[in-house]
Design a binder for this molecule. Structure first.
Ligand code: UDP
Length: 231
């Protein structure tokens, strides 16, 4: 049985609106994840919060409080996407590193494993539960804890480039590169804290563009044309 961790950015949920939710986009993601789950892969999900809020959004309020708002944004995102997943016929659970009353369940590895054993998609909401971290860090942390085979990063861009293709038309896409190179060249795959955790714990990453048709299914069924980050 393979087990993966899929990271979706908050912006990915907003479609062309760039804020909030775009239901058609999320239903499309849900249908693709259902195919993967139906084929026997266990799927954990982490979602960013950028469609609502980022800790650095405000220069007025305290960073810790701003980050708390960011973490709560990821909880809203996971509850929303979890419901859309149920709408298309999957079983889901939302886990958080802090109590959210009866809205989510508290994260533990045992609890996640129990849900995976019941063929549920498990959402890891609320980031790490700590300010000054990111959902990148939460993605790698949860992937390591649940012993995932790899992290699938669905991005607005279709892989890792040697420079920004928006500003440099000659930018070159990597088919494969090592996590050491990502760290040395400061390539923006995940943030530095998350990269170091991947390096130390030998967690591979697969970076691909969410906007391409059937991209999640393709990434998992041998038609991967993004960037593989090896360990
Ligand atoms: N956040 C946090 N701790 C975590 C995860 C997220 O404080 O463990 C906050 C942080 O403010 C971040 C926001 O939640 O900016 C949304 O997360 P995301 O990783 O999407 O932020 P981004 O990388 O887009 O700034």
């Amino acid at each position: 049985m393979s087990r993966i961790l899929l990271k979706l950015s908050g912006e990915a949920l907003a479609g062309d609106k760039h804020h909030g939710f775009d239901e058609a986009t999320v239903i499309e993601v849900a249908k693709q994840v259902k195919q993967i789950v139906d084929n026997g892969t266990q799927v954990g999900i982490v979602i960013g919060g950028g469609n609502f809020w980022r800790g650095r959004t405000s220069e007025t309020i305290d960073r810790t409080k701003a980050d708390q708002i960011g973490m709560l944004a990821t909880v809203m995102n996971c509850i929303y996407v979890s419901e859309i997943f149920r709408y298309v016929g999957m079983k889901t659970a939302v886990l958080t590193p802090f109590e959210c009353g009866n809205m989510t369940k508290l994260f533990s590895k045992d609890r996640a494993n129990k849900y995976f054993a019941h063929d549920m998609v498990v959402f890891f909401a609320g980031g790490t539960g700590h300010p000054y971290f990111s959902t990148d860090t939460a993605t790698v942390l949860r992937a390591i804890e649940i012993e995932a085979d790899g992290i699938y990063l669905a991005k607005a861009i279709d892989g890792v480039y040697d420079s920004d293709p928006k500003t440099n038309p000659a930018a070159k896409k990597y088919d494969e590169l090592s996590i050491e190179e990502v760290v040395e060249k400061k390539l923006a795959v995940v943030d530095l804290t998350a990269s170091i955790m991947c390096l130390e714990n030998k967690m591979p990453m697969y970076v691909f563009g969410l906007n391409e048709e059937n991209s999640i299914v393709n990434a998992l069924t041998g038609k991967f044309n993004g960037t593989k980050v090896t360990v």
